[in-house]
Design a protein around this ligand. Structure first.
Ligand SMILES: C[S@@+](CC[C@H](N)C(=O)[O-])C[C@H]1O[C@@H](n2cnc3c(N)ncnc32)[C@H](O)[C@@H]1O
Length: 477
């Protein structure tokens, strides 16, 4: 029997309408879910293919990007709402069906797409990618969701703040509970601060460029962009913020390596290390965890201005190649090597300045990696702990007496920041390092709200940067 004959009389079969934007968004979500892909890596090739096939214009690409990023960021909230609309546990719903529902929930609750368009587009998507039977289920759930707005839903599904503050914040601001807890421990303070931080993680970050010193000035970079497209950085003299987002790769200075994409917090970390006061020589610098090379490129440019040499070391060969690319054209001397910083090939005590921007959970860069908060597990901290301590210990051996080490993470988790430094200084789990704290705060001039020191923790909701951490230590013996 053919498809037409099987249907009830009077109900003629209509082919589902194919909507390339939503199909692409669904494919990206499936790749993130099924293949543990990163949204920021999966999306560009899909968009490129769609543009080449003539399916997409710039607005379509912007909508697809917003749908994917927004759905992933708000997944925790949407899951709680979807769960309240179905009569079985969420884990019993097939993941592709959940992706269509979450995409639909985001259109209904997180965008200005009119309700009827959000529901019908999601049901059509379900018909194309899931089939007619499951499209009915999608229709029923989304109709329920569409009856109320986001605030009403959140009030209904989140536990009251006074009963369980962390669970409340986790549902309202779409973060795993353990991440809420860890961020709050690191931030301290009351409800206002943590809410602002969690919301900042849900905002799309500005794209910031670094004008690499000696190669292009921030003013010249701003001139090439024009007043409407660029603004000076808030804190770093080398930063330029792209006001329209745009395609950094289309900017000549970026293509030629005279500028790069770099969060302002990362720039501040590299600058603080480079400007830490030093007695004696200032000729040999080391970046012990250099890949993909953002901080190394800024350090190499700063080193070049002072006649110093940068050695950039990276364990992963493919990431060392990215460092090579980031440093190509640097006006001063540098060398990139593939090396394990815990078993270093360099002689001890020979460097004047050393940076170790260690592998970490990345909980400070959740704005950029919308799926990361769902993928990370508390156990990951235990995995990084010995490596972080070992890299810091080796950095303190690599620097000469009187030289300075910068220990940095793009995580504010206390287990990856202050605790690591304290353990190494106090000799927990190894010999105590002969080193003293250097106050990092004066080395970030003009930057407000840097706390009690001597280390520095930057915050997205306070500084507009990733939550970078920096401890500066001087070797004393
Ligand atoms: C947080 S990233 C560094 C980011 C870099 N500083 C930047 O600004 O582009 C940490 C890097 O350390 C590398 N790494 C991990 N273990 C290492 C080791 N034992 N020795 C050297 N590098 C290591 C990782 O491959 C990763 O590229």
């Amino acid at each position: 029997m053919n498809e037409q004959a099987r249907r009830r009389p009077g109900k003629s079969y209509r082919r589902p309408k194919k909507d390339p934007v939503r199909i692409l968004a669904f494919e990206a979500l499936r790749a993130v879910d099924e293949r543990a892909a990163y949204a920021n890596l999966v999306l560009p090739p899909l968009l490129k293919k769609a543009r080449e096939a003539g399916d997409f214009d710039t607005r379509d690409a912007a909508l697809a990007t917003e749908l994917v990023y927004g759905t992933l960021r708000r997944q925790g909230t949407y899951d709680a709402i979807i769960s309240a609309c179905i009569d079985r546990p969420l884990r019993q719903v097939d993941p592709p069906v959940l992706d269509v529902l979450a995409l639909g929930a985001h259109q209904l609750l997180g965008t200005r797409i009119p309700t009827h368009a959000a529901v019908s587009a999601s049901v059509e998507l379900a018909r194309v990618v899931l089939g007619d039977g499951r499209a009915k289920f999608v229709n029923a759930v989304l109709r329920k969701i569409s009856r109320d707005d986001l605030d009403t839903w959140v009030e209904r599904v989140a536990p009251p703040y006074d009963e369980d503050a962390e669970d409340h914040l986790a549902v309202v601001h779409s973060h795993p509970r353990w991440v809420v807890s860890a961020l709050w421990d690191a931030l301290g303070g009351g409800r206002g601060g943590i809410e602002d931080l969690l919301e900042a993680d849900n905002e799309r970050p500005e794209v910031t460029l670094v004008a690499r010193p000696g190669r292009i000035s921030a003013d010249d970079l701003l001139d090439t962009l024009g007043e409407e497209s660029g603004l000076p950085g808030r804190w770093s003299p080398y930063a330029v913020r792209l006001t329209e987002g745009g395609e950094p790769g289309a900017i000549d200075a970026v293509r030629e390596g005279r500028a790069g994409v770099q969060d302002e917090g990362s720039q501040l970390v590299a600058l603080a290390l480079a400007n830490a006061p030093l007695d004696g020589t200032d000729e040999r610098w080391l970046d012990g965890c250099a890949g993909p090379g953002g901080k190394a490129a800024l350090l190499a440019a700063l080193a070049a201005e002072r006649g110093a040499h940068l050695l950039a070391a990276e364990k992963q060969p493919h990431r060392a190649r990215l460092v090579e690319r980031a440093l190509a054209g640097n006006p001063g001397p540098y060398q990139v090597i593939t090396a394990d910083g815990t078993r270093p090939p360099w002689r001890p005590g020979v460097f004047d300045r050393v940076l170790v921007d260690v592998p970490c959970t990345g909980l400070g860069a959740l704005r950029r990696r919308p799926e990361a908060r769902w993928r990370r597990r508390p156990e990951d901290l235990e995995g990084f702990a010995p490596l972080q301590r070992s890299l810091l210990r080796e950095a303190l051996k690599a620097v000469r007496v009187g030289g300075v080490v910068g220990y940095a993470t793009c995580s504010p988790h206390l287990a990856e920041t202050r605790t690591v430094v304290d353990d190494v200084l106090k000799g927990r789990g190894g010999p105590a390092a002969e080193a003293e704290w250097v106050d990092a705060r004066p080395l970030m001039p003009g930057v407000s709200a840097l706390g009690d020191g001597p280390d520095v923790q930057l915050w997205p909701h306070v500084h507009g940067t990733d939550a970078m951490y920096l401890a500066l230590l001087r070797r004393t013996a």
